[in-house]
Ligand binder design. Structure first.
Ligand SMILES: Nc1ncnc2c1ncn2[C@@H]1O[C@H](COP(=O)(O)OP(=O)(O)OP(=O)(O)O)[C@@H](O)[C@H]1O
Length: 269
């Protein structure tokens, strides 16, 4: 079976904050199990909006689906955006973690209570919660604030909390929006190690980031957005091929060089 027959297929025909002004048009890509895809593009290209569309959190969505493809004819949308869901009620939904760019938390719950809430929503047993929760706190060195309220945390601590809440459920798929800004070097190293572990476990990861040197190292394919549409997608070599007219050296272009060339070419056109 081809890799494209497994994993998660995302299709967005048109989506945005208002019907009159769609932000995303005609965007399709897939994430295979164990694969990390880099969702990249200039500011305002629509990366965060694409993640919101996948989660069904946009006021305007047309022809948008997020289907799990597997060895059977199993197609189970993450959000309730497609009709197939009505016929698939007996099937397990895709489990996913969304790690937002800006931390979102409840003021009246402590860090550990957020873990408990996540565990309840994802039906983790108390033993699993204790084991994974304490391990994450130790790894991120936040044991001392286990029973503190996140309002008293620093920016980086809140970001680590978001990461831990995403990691604790060990989902099939991660949707991660710009996780690197604000993390200290130790946190960054730890996160990269954990994502690698999750890939080995079989989780698919969609990573939205501007940190292109890191994305180049850890992602196997890229989806490059520009003004709400797909500008290019594929491996780094695929993107390099698209840069042939830039220079004789295009075969050794970095991801950042491909990004600059392809987006500037669009803007000059
Ligand atoms: N809540 C909103 N209401 C209306 N328009 C929005 C809203 N959020 C984003 N937009 C618009 O949608 C477009 C895409 O924004 P989005 O945040 O998805 O871009 P992005 O690629 O994630 O950018 P960045 O790299 O700056 O995070 C922009 O034109 C932006 O102005």
């Amino acid at each position: 079976m081809e890799d494209q027959d497994k994993g998660y297929h995302i299709h967005i025909e048109s989506a945005g904050y208002e019907k009159k002004q769609p932000i995303l048009t005609d965007l399709s890509f897939h994430v295979s199990p164990g694969e990390m895809i880099g969702l990249i593009g200039p500011n305002g290209a629509g990366k965060s909006t694409a993640i919101k569309a996948m989660l069904g959190r946009l006021p305007y969505l047309k022809g948008t689906s997020f289907a799990q493809l597997s060895n059977l004819s199993h197609s189970s949308p993450l959000s309730d955006l497609t009709k197939e869901q009505e016929d698939e009620t007996e099937k397990e939904p895709v489990s996913w973690s969304y790690i937002p760019e800006h931390p979102v938390y409840y003021d009246h719950l402590t860090l550990w209570e957020h873990f408990e809430l996540m565990a309840a929503l994802h039906r983790l047993s108390p033993t699993v919660l204790e084991e994974r929760g304490n391990q994450l706190l130790k790894q991120y060195r936040l044991q001392a604030v286990k029973h503190h309220y996140p309002a008293s945390f620093s920016k980086g601590m809140r970001q680590k909390m978001m990461l831990m809440l995403g990691l604790i459920i060990r989902p099939d798929l991660y949707l991660i929006d710009e996780p690197f800004i604000g993390l200290d070097p130790r946190g960054m190293h730890l996160l990269l190690e954990q994502l690698q572990e999750e890939q080995k476990r079989g989780a698919g990861i969609l990573l939205c980031t501007h940190v292109l040197d890191t994305a180049e190292r850890i992602c196997s394919r890229f989806v490059l957005l520009h003004q709400g549409s797909l500008l290019a997608q594929g491996t780094l070599d695929d993107l390099r091929e698209r840069c042939q007219s830039a220079s004789d050296q295009y075969r050794s272009f970095t991801l950042s060089q491909c990004f600059h060339y392809l987006t500037e070419e669009m803007e000059e056109a």
